[in-house]
Write a protein that binds this ligand. Structure first.
Ligand code: HSE
Length: 414
């Protein structure tokens, strides 16, 4: 396609970033013809006549050949996407919820209408992960894609753990800086990285599943005990997404995790994201960059727009392979589990117990549990779960606690 005439839906943080980048770079063959927004009353940085409030002003405009969808409403975004494709337009979107919830149909619609839907900006902001998986890793046997997929929670955890800001202050900053979703519970409860992970499952492994099947827990339950344990054991705490393939199965989860300070993910700070890909031939590789924010995300949108000039469409090589793994949650992981107060702990939920301690306010057990059990416990009132690395050795419990004798604990689960 030589000339791209864009119809832009949404003029929030990323929409304005894209508009500014396009103004600054003066691409002769790329122009924004119309901008459709929802709320006519809102103050905006461009003259009022630059905006329209009717989707059909873009969708029925025959000159517009690319719809850039940057709204925060997943249902409205999906309706726009379908109508754009039906009307012969390509779509670039950053709406991870809409994508994750409709991936199978979107793959089908692209084929049906012979148009592209590109969404690099939907996963890890400026990090070029989707096209890397599709192009660079197309013929690599990937065994895992793991990392930090949410800028807001990473920003909050960095500011709280390293700079002692309160959780509320750090969250407010993440909102003010344009990192958080309009509804920030999507960030702090881990739902946003879960959407991103389900998109990654398609491009890394060819697997399409409902995001709801991926076990999730967020960062809202992290407290002083976790922070003290991390400090005493040279650990950091991050919200991590994992997709791990073993034989013909792929497992995925999004959970807070203790990470040794010697590991590069522990040094992924503020709104930065990191994606670690492990494959048969390349071994382990790490992509890192800003995962949220107006300009970094807008750059990823622009990169998709430019890819359209070369008639790019995701080849979905892994999806077409006959060796797609099956999604499963039947895996066991090491975890720190904190129970508030003196509630009776059901020891039998642990496959193995490595140790624990108790103090006046809580009891903590560290052990191995089934992922489904971890996900269940993480939703229970007064229970706090953080994953631990596979080969982790506890060096020190918080000073105020009494160690629960390992032999007694182990005897309980046998
Ligand atoms: N709220 C998202 C985040 C924005 O914090 O990562 C980028 O997807």
């Amino acid at each position: 396609m030589s000339k791209l005439t864009i119809g832009l839906f949404g003029f929030g943080c990323v929409g304005q970033g894209l508009y500014n980048i396009l103004e600054r770079s003066q691409h002769e063959s790329i122009g924004v013809k119309k901008i459709v927004v929802k709320n006519p009353e809102k103050d905006r940085p461009l003259p009022r006549q630059r905006f329209s409030f009717h989707p059909d002003d873009i969708l029925k405009d025959g000159e517009i050949n690319v719809v850039v969808e940057l709204t925060d409403d997943a249902d409205a975004a999906f309706a726009i996407l379908k109508s754009a494709l039906q009307n012969g337009k390509h779509v670039v979107t950053a709406n991870k919820k809409m994508l994750a919830e409709n991936l199978e149909e979107i793959v089908h619609l692209q084929r049906r209408y012979n148009r592209s839907v590109l969404y690099e900006a939907a996963v890890c902001g400026s990090i070029p992960i989707i096209r890397s998986l599709e192009e660079y890793y197309a013929h690599e046997e990937i065994s895992s894609v793991e990392g930090i997929f949410n800028g807001s929670t990473n920003y909050i955890l960095t500011r709280v753990l390293e700079e002692r800001l309160s959780y509320a202050e750090a969250l407010n900053e993440a909102r003010r800086l344009g990192f958080a979703e309009t509804d920030p519970t999507l960030d702090v409860e881990g739902l946003d990285p879960r959407y991103k992970l389900s998109i990654v499952l398609l491009h890394a492994f060819g697997v399409v599943i409902s995001p709801e099947l991926i076990p999730v827990s967020g960062i809202t339950r992290m407290g002083r005990e976790e922070s003290e344990f991390a400090q005493k054991n040279s650990l950091s705490l991050r919200l991590c997404a994992h997709a791990v393939k073993q034989d013909d199965k792929v497992f995925a989860w999004v959970m807070p995790q203790f990470i040794p300070l010697s590991h590069h993910l522990a040094h992924t700070r503020l709104e930065y994201n990191a994606v670690q890909i492990t494959g048969e031939f390349a071994g382990r590789q790490l992509l890192t960059g800003k995962g949220a924010g107006s300009m970094p995300t807008a750059l990823a949108v622009l990169s998709d727009i430019i890819a359209l000039q070369n008639n790019y469409r995701y080849p979905l090589t892994k999806r077409k392979s006959s060796k797609c793994p099956l999604f499963s949650t039947n895996i066991s992981l090491n975890a720190w589990v904190r129970f508030d107060g003196n509630q009776a702990i059901t020891w039998t939920v642990f496959n193995k117990v490595f140790g624990g301690y108790a103090n006046a306010g809580c009891q903590v057990i560290v052990g191995e549990l089934a992922l489904d059990t971890i996900a269940y416990l993480a939703q229970q009132e007064g229970v706090h779960v953080v994953l631990l690395p596979e080969d982790f050795k506890i060096t020190s419990w918080p000073a105020a606690g009494t160690e629960i004798r390992r032999e007694a604990a182990v005897a309980c689960v046998q």
